[in-house]
Ligand binder design. Structure first.
Ligand code: LHQ
Length: 250
């Protein structure tokens, strides 16, 4: 975990095993996401050490998992929910291969960029499992049901370029330029009006299941919250003074 100004970077760090999830990896992620709640943190990056992003569940720990559902509830679910609850943007910087619950983790984030070295593998179906850790929820929203189903029912490895063409990632960057581009994008996000960005995230999370009437009402309510922020005052003042706004995230 590293802090650079208002950006907190969380690096999954088991490079020899492509950062596959163990209990220790879950615990580290949980602590880091807790720390990311600090209001001084205005953007979070999740990435992987070495050549992988995250290969999902460590398959050698499966034996220690007599109750799979209980293990998911205890280890994966709190972290997925913590990412969605963070009131700031979370960027998945997919540096290398992601598979299984590692793919779900990337998709739980607010946006994804990929290195040319990245690849995306469903994983679950390859070992006879269903997508979990939000895999069905997020992938189906990102790709649409037909494409998501066809992909998750195969175990096809998607290249970074294909992932971009499908809209799974918003940008692909040459591997040697990837760390710098990640830092640049994270800094731009961190310099934004954090309250408004967080409220937008909340609105998007509800948009799929709301009626239009409900969503209009939700927007109106959260707009009154955004309109009470200091950053709104600064945004309007900067516009009128013809200068760039200096948002402070409150
Ligand atoms: C690994 C893993 C791995 C251990 C690579 N475990 N060592 C959660 C909990 C409860 C219930 C069920 O579901 C879940 C969620 C899930 O995530 S289920 C899906 C689990 N993940 C997978 O099935 C993916 C397995 N990995 C792969 O298919 C490949 O490794 C990928 C496509 C990710 C990468 O392939 P390569 O680039 O060819 O790398 P590699 O296979 O050579 O892996 C490098 C090393 O990492 C190797 O270790 P070694 O000591 O031989 O160098 C692998 O054994 C290890 N590794 N994934 N999930």
């Amino acid at each position: 975990m590293a802090r650079d100004g208002a950006v907190q970077t969380i690096t999954l760090n088991r490079p020899d095993k492509l950062n596959a999830f163990t209990r220790a990896v879950h615990a580290g992620l949980r602590d880091a996401l807790k720390e990311a709640r600090d209001p001084e943190v205005r953007a979070v990056v999740i990435t992987g050490a070495g050549r992988g992003f995250c290969a999902g569940q460590d398959l050698t720990e499966f034996g220690e998992m007599p109750d799979v559902a209980a293990a998911l509830r205890e280890t994966y679910h709190p972290n997925v929910l913590a990412i969605r609850a963070l009131e700031k943007p979370v960027l998945a910087a997919v540096n290398g291969v992601c598979a299984g619950a590692g793919l779900s983790l990337a998709c739980a984030c607010d946006l994804r960029i990929a290195s040319t070295e990245a690849a995306f593998v469903p994983g679950f179906v390859g070992i006879g499992l269903v997508p979990d850790s939000g895999g069905t929820y997020f992938v189906h929203r990102l790709l649409g049901a037909p494409r998501a189903f066809q992909w998750m029912a195969s175990n096809r490895k998607l290249s970074a370029g294909e992932a971009e063409a499908w809209g799974l990632v918003s940008e692909v960057v040459e591997a040697d330029a990837f760390p710098a581009r990640t830092a640049e994008l994270a800094a731009t996000l961190a310099a934004g009006p954090t309250r408004a960005i967080a409220l937008t995230k909340r609105l998007f999370d509800h948009a799929d299941t709301a009626t239009l009437e409900e969503q209009l009402e939700h927007e109106a309510q959260l707009q009154s919250v955004a309109a009470a922020s200091e950053d709104f005052g600064e945004g309007v003042a900067a516009f009128l003074e013809r200068r760039a706004p200096e948002f402070r995230g409150r």
